[in-house]
Design a protein around this ligand. Structure first.
Ligand SMILES: [Zn+2]
Length: 315
């Protein structure tokens, strides 16, 4: 990843700040993850309303995220693309956000989430055309990354980390017609093409997708494909080993479901060994009841602690 003048200046400023405030920024062991703070972020995102691709809510969320991560010292790249609304054929503006920590480092790790919400709660028996807020399916992963932001420049280690917010994971009105994972597929194609052409110098060692990680009754089984693929299996094992060390039993070290999430294009098209962390036993999935009351600070805290500890230990 090319280093720009802006980011040189930013890094110099941060170094100076670190020098001034001394121990606050040096103490790696003091890095913590607050589930309560993450829950506040989740609620703030849900207050923006539904956030499907191309919507007003999505635009507001994007502005909120850019401000949040720039303030925390990251470099934010906007990756725009477009796709058609399956109902009307109209073009819809879509955009992935790439939030880079230490953008000068070529050896990188990717943490990804989708930040769009499904257009309608189509699994809701009473109101399948109702309002879908996506507290767990959408906001939970975003909230975890927002809370991780404060720790990212304090983690010692030589690897750079990118948080990638994928648009259009589920811009789906009709299952038979519309495709999933448009944002991650676009990102993966761009990355693979640029690597092949030699126009970028950075490479991702591995990636992790966080999806539906806020369920108040949290149980995270391993995702089947992530375990089966030989290059992603070590990523899964190191994450579940971290959870075990932290005595977080909500991470169950066995596979249960096959989930076709954003990790599939990242690995199959982008060549990035990416696993999926998802709690797929969520009774409110794609219903009007996917709301903050069915998520918890405790669950977000557990996932955040695992991810922070895993990053600290391995990278
Ligand atoms: Zn969904």
């Amino acid at each position: 990843m090319a280093m720009t003048k802006d980011c040189v200046l930013l890094n110099t400023t941060l170094f100076f700040l670190a020098f001034l405030t001394g121990s606050a920024l040096e103490a790696n062991d003091s890095v913590t993850f607050s589930g309560t703070q993450a829950m506040e972020y989740l609620e703030a995102i849900c207050e923006l309303g539904p956030r499907p691709s191309g919507s007003k809510g999505m635009e507001k969320q994007r502005e909120l995220l850019i401000r949040h991560f720039q303030k925390a010292g990251a470099k934010v790249f906007r990756q725009a693309f477009r796709s058609r609304d399956g109902r009307t054929g109209d073009w819809v503006h879509m955009e992935n956000l790439i939030v880079s920590w230490h953008p000068d480092r070529d050896d990188r790790v990717l943490l990804g989430v989708h930040y769009d919400t499904r257009p309608y709660p189509d699994r809701d028996r009473r109101d399948p055309q109702g309002v879908f807020i996506g507290a767990n399916d959408g906001a939970s992963g975003v909230a975890v990354l927002m809370e991780l932001a404060d720790s990212m420049l304090q983690i010692k280690g030589s690897v750079g980390v990118d948080f990638v917010f994928f648009d259009a994971e589920e811009y789906v009105f009709e299952e038979e017609r519309d495709s999933y994972c448009l944002g991650s597929l676009f990102f993966a194609r761009q990355y693979a093409t640029s690597r092949k052409a030699g126009t970028i110098s950075h490479a991702y060692r591995c990636g992790v997708i966080l999806d539906m990680v806020g369920d108040r009754n949290l149980t995270i089984w391993q995702e089947q494909q992530s375990v089966d693929w030989p290059d992603t299996r070590p990523v899964v094992e190191s994450i579940w080993a971290t959870a075990k060390q932290l005595k977080i039993r909500e991470f169950v070290p066995r596979p249960k479901y096959v989930v076709n999430d954003d990790h599939v294009p990242l690995r199959m098209t982008g060549g990035i060994p990416t696993c999926d962390i998802i709690d797929f036993d969520y009774p409110h999935w794609h219903t009007t009841q996917d709301i903050p009351a069915n998520c918890s600070a405790h669950s977000l805290g557990l996932v955040g602690q695992v991810m922070l500890s895993w990053l600290q230990k391995n990278y």
